[in-house]
Design a protein around this ligand. Structure first.
Ligand code: NAD
Length: 447
């Protein structure tokens, strides 16, 4: 399988603002039948029908001058793979996220979508299995089949612009320090040799990058973060982003911790626990998949406060009665003036997919913009959406503070708007959303 390392972004078509918004973006979802994916697809169908507001979509209230560069929500079109063959209406009925009237309103669009056969491997995901599998006999054939799916999707939707979004069940973590993940040559040889240490998520990511399609990893699984794939994405000019959507408990943690730090309240310990009963919870009921999630959830505090937080404990429990209604508890032990001890309790009664689906939609639009800007490799500006933001090099410590991450995103959006038109938009964003934008001027290319 010869791989071209040329950067194809030089061929990308630059469109006018109206065309960016109006032309379609194909979103190929890994895990199309899942709770987050069906909620996202239904949400767009309901938006298109004028049956819901944009509440919950983080970019919907930004000044238009910043977001005009992005494809409109209503112009997102969907396809993708799942281990389960059910159409999306049947899948959504099972997940019980949508209200009955919402399901009814989106039913026609949802039932018209059936997942493509998937690449699965029970070694990497023991608790979620299915028979809707690609009939291929090797890794190399799987990659070719995924690429063919993307080419067909492009043609069917009559659009050049695609994004691959990983919303599949969490896989066990491979050891990324192994030589087979280190260089492109080693990785390709391992693909050809059908090396059993390559997880499905990596095969999808590899195929997407070879098709010059941006790849977004909303899951804790290891995919484009293999050094070999990161390098391939950089040289081909393909944006990659991840990983593990920051939706509930970790979102709250990265809002609260900077405030405690700003008041010099020392964090003695942070105990986090969760219960959830959806299929994501079932996947995490397996110790190896759970380890991937705990790793992404556990990494955020030390960078924010600048010291090692002892006693940062994270637990996740599968508890079926809750379904998608995840509940998260945090107990924070802090020390203040004169060494006095205090406690904070946070109890977040979430709707897992209701928080996650809009972030996934925004990520698809942003990854498409990164591609059109010719940005290959890790799209660091999208770090605000992730528990464990990817970095181009392991020596770089990612920013975790929510407010700082949001400022980075807004700066990145503003940098793509030509002066002097964006000035009012940037001023508005400064006041409302991003104090760190105070020093921004429209001709600065800050990220
Ligand atoms: N708040 C949130 O919901 C949230 C937050 C952060 C991350 N995530 C991650 O997003 C992912 C999706 O969550 P969900 O609640 O929709 O889970 P889900 O179990 O409802 O959906 C996952 C889907 O992926 C499919 N799948 C599994 N392996 C596959 C493969 N190899 N190829 C194609 N499809 C495959 C499953 O059949 C299932 O339909 C999970 O990894 C989860 O950890 C969710």
């Amino acid at each position: 399988m010869p791989v071209s390392l040329s950067n194809p972004s030089s061929n990308s078509t630059l469109l006018s603002t109206e065309s960016q918004q109006a032309s379609r973006l194909g979103v190929a979802i890994i895990g199309l039948g899942g709770a987050v994916a069906t909620t996202a697809v239904a949400g767009v169908a309901l938006l298109r029908a004028g049956a819901m507001s944009t509440t919950g979509l983080p970019l919907a209230t930004l000044p238009a001058a910043l977001t005009d560069q992005l494809v409109g929500y209503e112009n997102l079109v969907f396809g993708g793979w799942d281990l389960c063959p059910d159409d999306l209406a049947a899948a959504a009925r099972q997940h019980r996220v949508l209200e009955p009237q919402q399901l009814a309103a989106a039913e026609a669009e949802l039932s018209a979508l059936r997942p493509w056969p998937a690449v699965g491997n029970v070694r990497f995901c023991r608790n979620v299995t299915g028979q809707h599998l690609l009939t291929v006999s090797s890794h190399a054939a799987a990659v070719e089949a995924i690429r063919a799916d993307l080419q067909r999707f492009r043609q069917e939707q009559n659009t050049e612009r695609l994004v691959v979004l990983n919303l599949a069940s969490t896989e066990a973590m491979p050891d990324l320090s192994l030589p087979l993940f280190a260089t492109l040559e080693a990785f390709e040889a391992a693909v050809q040799a059908d090396d059993e240490r390559i997880p499905p998520a990596m095969l999808y990511a590899y195929a997407a990058i070879l098709e010059d399609v941006p790849y977004v990893n909303f899951t804790p699984s290891c995919a484009a973060d293999a050094p070999a794939l990161l390098r391939l994405a950089e040289v081909r000019g393909v944006p990659v982003a991840g990983k593990d959507g920051k939706t509930g408990q970790t979102f709250m943690k990265t809002v609260l911790a900077p405030a405690l730090h700003a008041r010099n309240l020392h964090i003695d310990g942070w105990f986090s626990t969760n219960i959830l009963g959806n299929r994501d919870g079932l996947a995490l009921d397996n110790a190896e998949s759970l380890a991937s999630k705990i790793t992404t959830k556990g990494s955020v505090l030390d960078q924010i406060v600048g010291y090692k937080v002892d006693n940062h404990v994270v637990h996740i429990h599968y508890y079926k009665p809750r379904g998608d209604n995840k509940e998260a508890w945090d107990n924070i032990d802090i020390e203040g003036f004169l060494g006095q001890k205090m406690q904070i309790k946070v109890n977040f009664l979430c709707r897992d997919s209701i928080l996650a689906a809009p972030l996934a939609l925004e990520l698809a639009r942003l990854a498409d913009l990164a591609k059109r800007r010719g940005e290959g490799g890790v799209a660091q500006a999208l770090g605000v959406f992730f528990k464990s933001p990817m970095v181009p090099d392991p020596s770089i410590i990612p920013i975790h503070s929510f407010e700082q991450q949001q400022a980075v995103l807004l700066n990145w959006l503003a940098a793509g708007v030509s002066a002097p038109q964006p000035q009012p938009a940037v001023e508005a964003a400064k006041g409302v959303l991003a104090p760190a934008l105070a020093s921004f001027s429209p001709d600065a290319s800050a990220v």
